[in-house]
Design a protein around this ligand. Structure first.
Ligand SMILES: CC(C)(COP(=O)(O)OP(=O)(O)OC[C@H]1O[C@@H](n2cnc3c(N)ncnc32)[C@H](O)[C@@H]1OP(=O)(O)O)[C@@H](O)C(=O)NCCC(=O)NCCS
Length: 189
């Protein structure tokens, strides 16, 4: 189902063919891809095309899809600056996963936190999910800082592989319960 979310500075919207070029420019960056599990390097136009096609198919899957994939756009000028996903949705167990990236020259301005927060609110409030499972590769302090700030806790470690360079690494698994999130938000008000 196509879904659009607006935050103070961002619009989270479905991926579109018009994003091809900018997507390649953003993700063909090893310093970004090294923190992601499934981004090949180099990242080619065919990779971007496959991704956008796949996302288009997901949105046609009716009212209970297994994923929502959002392009993150700046409200001020329409520039694509990232992607955020809510995936692996299991409607029975009310759980979901997902990831995020923000293009490198837009990192550190709070956009990642803003987009991830919007995805969490959508998952818990609109979809009624109860638990989100995420993670981050060993050494990705910025991702952990963002997740921790939003209430995530570390839940374990698993062996993982990064597609960009094929290295074996450790993924810290993180989770956020909807009850903890409401509590966490309450404390910050
Ligand atoms: C992780 C990522 C999405 C965060 O997005 P962002 O827009 O850069 O993050 P924010 O500006 O919202 O900052 C989040 C927190 O990171 C921390 N942070 C910011 N810059 C940092 C730096 N250079 N080093 C370590 N931590 C940093 C801060 O704690 C910050 O919160 P604060 O500003 O309130 O203190 C982004 O950096 C990114 O795309 N990284 C590469 C891909 C990736 O790691 N994806 C996640 C895979 S798990």
């Amino acid at each position: 189902m196509a879904k659009k979310i607006e935050t103070a500075r961002l619009i989270l919207r479905p991926w579109d063919e018009k994003d091809l070029e900018r997507l390649v420019l953003s993700l063909n960056d090893f310093d970004l891809a090294k923190w992601m599990a499934f981004i090949p390097h180099p990242y080619l136009i065919s990779d971007a095309h496959d991704w956008i096609t796949r996302c288009g198919e997901i949105t046609k899957k009716g009212p209970r899809p297994t994923a929502y994939e959002f392009a993150v756009e700046l409200k001020s000028n329409g520039l694509l600056i990232g992607g955020v996903s809510l995936n692996k949705i299991n409607w029975e167990t009310q759980t979901g996963g997902g990831g995020i990236w923000i293009t490198r020259n837009h990192q550190g301005f709070g956009y990642g936190t803003e987009a991830f927060q919007a995805k969490i609110a959508f998952a818990f409030r609109d979809l009624g999910l109860k638990r989100l499972i995420n993670g981050y590769f060993k050494g990705n302090d910025r991702s952990w800082a963002m997740q921790r700030k939003l209430g995530y806790r570390r839940a374990g470690e698993v062996a993982a592989r990064c597609m960009a360079d094929g290295r074996q690494t450790i993924e810290h698994v993180t989770e956020l319960l909807s009850s903890n999130w409401e509590h966490h938000r309450g404390q910050k008000r």
